[in-house]
Design a binder for this molecule. Structure first.
Ligand SMILES: NC(=O)c1ccc[n+]([C@@H]2O[C@H](COP(=O)([O-])OP(=O)(O)OC[C@H]3O[C@@H](n4cnc5c(N)ncnc54)[C@H](O)[C@@H]3O)[C@@H](O)[C@H]2O)c1
Length: 261
């Protein structure tokens, strides 16, 4: 029997990247997946591929920063699979947002007020909305698991992407508080802090250039850039019963990058 047999797992931003890799990994362990993303086509393709691999999945298109969308996505989970056991708040915008949404990942002086608000709305606002409306569903089932995605940017200072960094720090703090408040109701909550991971989010800005890619790998104690599958393995541990006595914790998955002086 799979480690997540019969569980219902909602993953935000699961149309590609780390969210999609986790959807595949969780489905392989028997979870039924609610696939959320902003992009309808990526949601459709993800659900088709999960089903083709023998899994159960449902489309749940929506913007994590829009309350109505969030509530609709949670209703889809309830109507299709009867409730919610695992809430993985993975969606976020980072470096790729400059090309996709015109949002710059700059330092605090250069950051426009509009960009600041947009990044906060998605990266921490989305976590707020899904927790606000999702935790009651977890409690309804006698408890459940929340996994939130921050970044190593929340653990160390960086030269740019200051709004992004602030949102990831807020994700860490909110997750700890949620763990304390809802532990007695059977809800666990932990944070993943990915390092440099080979997804579209950082392709153009960081790893498309061979020299930058090589330098990043050389700087990492384990001598490579991470993959979405590296993250999915840790995510599986944190949403499964294997981590049943862990809550309020943060896990850097970065090949040792932040341990360097
Ligand atoms: N890739 C990295 O190096 C890295 C490092 C640290 C943290 N992270 C974090 O990991 C998470 C996953 O990122 P990824 O690397 O898979 O990047 P990605 O850009 O490949 O995937 C992010 C997904 O989120 C979706 N999304 C964006 N805004 C949304 C919204 N408002 N509503 C719903 N979906 C939305 C996108 O459409 C996309 O499918 C993010 O929270 C990111 O900040 C990534």
């Amino acid at each position: 029997m799979g480690q997540l047999q019969g569980k219902v797992a909602l993953i935000t931003g699961a149309g590609r990247g780390q969210g999609l890799a986790a959807a595949r990994r969780f489905a392989a362990e028997g979870a039924r997946i609610v696939v959320n993303d902003l992009e309808p086509q990526s949601v459709k393709t993800a659900v088709e591929s999960l089903r083709a691999a023998g899994g159960e999945a449902v489309e749940a298109v929506g913007d994590v920063s829009v309350s109505l969308d969030v509530r609709r996505v949670l209703t889809i989970a309830k109507d299709t699979f009867g409730g919610l056991d695992i809430l993985y708040n993975n969606a976020g915008i980072g470096y790729s947002a400059t090309k996709r949404f015109g949002v710059a990942m700059s330092d605090v002086v250069s950051c426009t007020e509009e960009d600041w608000r947009r990044i906060l709305d998605i990266n921490i606002g989305g976590v707020f909305l899904f927790c606000k409306y999702g935790i009651p569903l977890l409690i309804e089932r006698g408890g459940g698991v929340i996994l939130n995605t921050a970044s190593i940017a929340a653990l160390r200072g960086g030269a740019d992407a200051h709004a992004y960094t602030a949102t990831k720090g807020a994700v860490l703090a909110l997750t700890r508080a949620i763990a304390v408040t809802y532990g007695s109701k059977g809800v666990r909550a932990n944070t993943l802090c990915p390092g440099v991971i080979d997804t579209e989010m950082i392709h153009e800005a960081l790893i498309e250039r061979d020299d930058v890619r090589t330098a990043l790998a050389r700087n990492t104690p384990l001598r490579r850039i991470g993959t979405a599958e590296d993250i999915a393995e840790v995510a599986l541990f944190l949403v499964s019963d294997a981590s049943r006595f862990i809550t309020g914790e943060e896990f850097a998955v970065d090949g040792g990058l932040i341990q360097r002086v």
